[in-house]
Design a protein around this ligand. Structure first.
Ligand code: HEM
Ligand code: CU
Length: 571
C-alpha cells in the first residue's frame, strides 16, 4: 500500500483515467463487466465438470448434458472472458498511451454491442441445449469440429462477435492515425505498438475461422449444403486456433511488460526487446496451426514438420519475455533495497494483489511452456494427444498465465476506470495464492492422469483400466486432486468477482485511489532501437508470406478435389 500512495508524478497523471477519458473508461468498464460475467458462469461450470468427471459429486447435471456444459465452459472462458477483457484493456491502453480519447463514442459503443449480442446469441444456443423444450443446442465444444453440427444461432453469434472484434481493432488503429497526424516523427508508444501488432496478427488469423463458419458451418446448419470436408474445416479452424492462444496471451504480456515492472517498484528493462517480441509473435503465430493436427491423416508430414519447426522458434519470444520481465522485476526489487542472488525476491511486494497475481501467473506460465514443448513435438505428441494432459497444459497457459494476470491487473486498473477504491482488499490479497494452489493441484493431476492415458472431454473417464494405471500412482488419488484443485479455483474466481462487484457498487469517494497510475519510462527506451522495428506494414507482409508458404500447398491439395470432398454429413 505504501508504494501505491507514492505518486510523485505530474497532476495529469494523478488524475484518474476516468476523469481524463470518460468515454474510453466507459467502454473499458463495459468490456470488463461482460468479461467477468463470463468468468463467473464459466467457473461455476468448471467445478461442475471437475466434480462430475472425477465422480466426487454428480447430481447437478446428467452425463448426457456434459458436452453442453463443457462447450459453455470452453466458449465462455476461452473466448468471451479472455477476449472481452482484451478489448477492455486495449481500449484503455490506446487512450492511455496516445494520450487521447477514442474519436467517436458511438462507433466504440457499436462494436461493443455487436460483440455482446453475438456472445449472447452463442450462449443462448449452448445453454438452450440444457433445457429440454428449447430447440437450440450446441454441444460441439469450443473447437466446433465439423461434421458436428450446432444450431445456426451458435455460428451466427460467433460471426457477429468476431466482426465486433475486427471493428474494435479498426477503432484503436484509427485513433492511432489521428495521433500520428499531430506527432509525425514520434516513435509509436509501446502499448500502442503492442496493440497494433496483436490486432494485425488477429486479422490474419481470424480469416481462417471466418471462412470456416461463413462458407461451411453456417450454411451446413441452415441446411443450404448437406456435407462438408472435415479435414479442410479443421485446418481452417486451426489456422485460427493457434494464433488465438496469443490473442489470449498478449493482454497478459502487455501487462507484464508495461505495468508489472512498475508494480515491482522499478521500470521496464528494455523497450526494444519488447518490440522484437511482439514482431516475432506477429510473424510466427499463424504458420504453426498444423501442430494441432499431428494426428490428422491427409496433412503431409513435411508440412507438419514445418509447423513444428516454426513452433519451436516461437519459444524464442517467450524466453526473451521471461528474461526481460524477470530482469525488470529484479531491478525493481533492488530499487526497493533487495540484495543477493535470490534474496531480492523477498523485497518484492507480495502483499500487493496486482503484483502477486502477475508474478504467480508468470511462474505457472513457465511450467505450461514446458508441457507445451511436449505437445509440440511431432513424435512425443502421440503420447499425450487428446488425454487429460492437454487441459492440464492449457489451464496453466490460458487458464492461469492469461486468466490470473487479467484478474490481477484488474485490481490495479479497475479503480482507475471507475474512480473507486478497491473493496475487500484482504480478499484480493489472498486470491492469487488460492488460484495458484488450486491450479497447482488440478493441473499437476491432469498432467499425470493424461500420461496414464485418461482421456479428456468425457463425463465417464473411469473405465476400469484407468484405475489400474501401473506406473503413475493410483488414479483415484489423481481424481481427488483434480476435485480439490477445481474447488479451490472456483473459490478463487468467486473471490475475485466479490472484489470487483464490491468495488463496482461502492460509492465514488473523493480521496486518493490507492493506485499509482503513472507508468515510468523504460531503462532502455525506444530510441535505442532502429526505426525499422516500427515499420509494422513490413512485418505484416512478412507474416503473410510465411502463412502462404506454410498453408498454400496443403490447403490447395485439400480443395483440389472439391471443397466439399470427402463429403461428411453432419451429426
Ligand atoms: C476444460 C475445470 C478454469 C478453459 C476443463 C476441464 C476441467 C476444467 C475439469 C476438462 C473437462 C474434460 O476434458 O472433460 C476448470 C475449473 C476452473 C477452470 C474447475 C476454475 C474456475 C478455466 C479457465 C479457462 C478454462 C480460467 C480459460 C480462460 C478451459 C478450456 C477447456 C477446459 C478451453 C477445454 C474444453 C474442451 O475440451 O472443449 N476445465 N477450468 N478453464 N477449460 Fe477449464
Ligand atoms: Cu497451438
Amino acid at each position: 500500500p505504501q508504494a501505491y500512495e507514492a505518486d510523485e508524478t505530474s497532476l495529469k497523471d494523478r488524475l484518474a483515467f476516468i476523469d481524463r477519458y470518460p468515454n474510453a473508461a466507459r467502454i473499458t468498464r463495459l468490456c470488463m463487466g461482460v468479461s467477468f460475467t463470463a468468468l463467473t458462469i464459466g467457473a461455476l461450470l468448471g467445478i461442475v465438470q471437475a466434480l462430475h468427471r472425477t465422480n466426487v459429486f454428480r447430481g447437478v447435471i446428467s452425463s448426457a448434458d456434459y458436452y453442453s456444459v463443457l462447450t459453455g465452459h470452453g466458449v465462455l472462458l476461452a473466448l468471451f472472458f479472455t477476449i472481452f477483457f482484451l478489448t477492455g484493456i486495449f481500449t484503455w491502453g490506446t487512450s492511455r498511451s496516445l494520450g487521447m480519447g477514442l474519436p467517436s463514442p458511438g462507433f466504440s459503443l457499436g462494436w461493443f454491442l455487436l460483440m455482446l449480442s453475438g456472445a449472447v446469441m452463442t450462449a443462448t444456443a449452448i445453454f438452450g441445449g440444457l433445457v429440454g423444450q428449447i430447440p437450440f443446442s450446441a454441444d460441439v465444444l469450443y473447437t466446433f469440429y465439423a461434421p458436428l453440427q450446432a444450431h445456426p444461432l451458435f455460428y451466427a453469434g460467433l460471426a457477429a462477435w468476431l466482426v465486433g472484434t475486427w471493428l474494435a481493432g479498426a477503432d484503436w488503429i484509427r485513433t492511432y492515425y489521428h495521433w500520428r497526424q499531430d506527432n509525425p516523427n514520434e516513435r509509436i508508444p509501446l502499448q500502442m505498438f503492442m496493440i497494433m501488432t496483436t490486432m494485425l496478427m488477429w486479422y490474419i488469423a481470424t480469416l481462417g475461422v471466418a471462412v470456416e463458419v461463413l462458407v461451411f458451418l453456417l450454411p451446413l446448419s441452415l441446411g443450404l449444403i448437406d456435407s462438408v470436408d472435415p479435414l479442410l474445416t479443421r485446418t481452417l479452424f486451426w489456422f485460427f486456433g493457434h494464433p488465438v492462444v496469443y490473442f489470449w496471451l498478449m493482454p497478459a504480456y502487455f501487462a507484464w511488460y508495461t505495468v508489472l515492472p512498475k508494480l515491482s517498484g522499478g521500470r521496464l528493462f528494455s523497450d526494444p526487446l519488447a518490440r522484437v517480441v511482439f514482431i516475432l509473435f506477429l510473424i510466427l503465430s499463424t504458420p504453426v496451426g498444423f501442430h494441432h493436427q499431428y494426428a490428422d491423416p491427409g496433412v503431409p508430414e513435411g508440412f507438419k514438420f514445418i509447423a513444428m519447426t516454426n513452433t519451436m522458434f516461437l519459444l524464442l519470444p517467450s524466453f526473451l519475455t521471461a528474461f526481460t520481465v524477470v530482469a525488470s522485476m529484479e531491478y525493481g526489487a533492488r530499487q526497493r533495497g533487495g540484495t543477493g542472488y535470490l534474496r531480492w525476491l523477498k523485497a518484492l511486494p507480495w502483499g500487493n494483489p496486482a503484483f502477486a497475481g502477475c508474478a504467480l501467473a508468470g511462474m505457472m506460465f513457465a511450467a505450461g511452456g514446458f508441457s507445451g514443448i511436449i505437445n509440440a513435438g511431432m513424435n512425443i505428441n502421440s503420447l499425450i494427444h487428446n488425454t487429460l494432459w492437454v487441459p492440464g497444459h492449457f489451464h496453466l497457459t490460458v487458464g492461469t498465465a492469461s486468466a490470473l494476470t487479467m484478474m490481477a491487473i484488474s485490481y490495479w486498473l479497475y479503480p482507475q476506470i471507475t474512480g473507486k477504491r478497491l473493496q475487500f482488499y484482504g480478499v484480493a490479497q489472498i486470491q492469487p495464492y488460492i488460484w495458484f494452489i488450486g491450479m497447482g493441484l488440478m493441473s499437476n493431476a491432469m498432467h499425470r492422469a493424461g500420461l496414464a492415458g485418461v482421456p479428456r472431454r468425457t463425463a465417464e473417464p473411469q473405465y476400469q483400466q484407468f484405475d489400474f494405471a501401473p506406473v503413475l500412482g493410483s488414479m483415484p488419488e489423481m481424481r481427488l486432486q483434480i476435485a480439490i484443485g477445481g474447488t479451490l479455483l472456483t473459490l478463487g474466481a468467486l473471490m475475485f468477482v466479490l472484489v470487483m462487484v464490491g468495488t463496482w457498487l461502492a460509492e465514488r469517494g473523493r480521496g486518493r485511489l490507492r493506485v499509482d497510475s503513472h507508468l515510468p519510462e523504460p531503462i532502455s527506451g525506444p530510441s535505442d532501437s532502429p526505426r525499422v522495428l516500427d515499420n509494422v506494414k513490413l512485418w505484416f507482409l512478412i507474416a503473410v508470406v510465411l502463412v502462404a508458404i506454410a498453408y498454400g500447398f496443403p490447403i490447395y491439395s485439400m480443395v483440389a478435389d472439391g471443397a466439399f470432398n470427402p463429403a461428411a454429413p453432419p451429426f
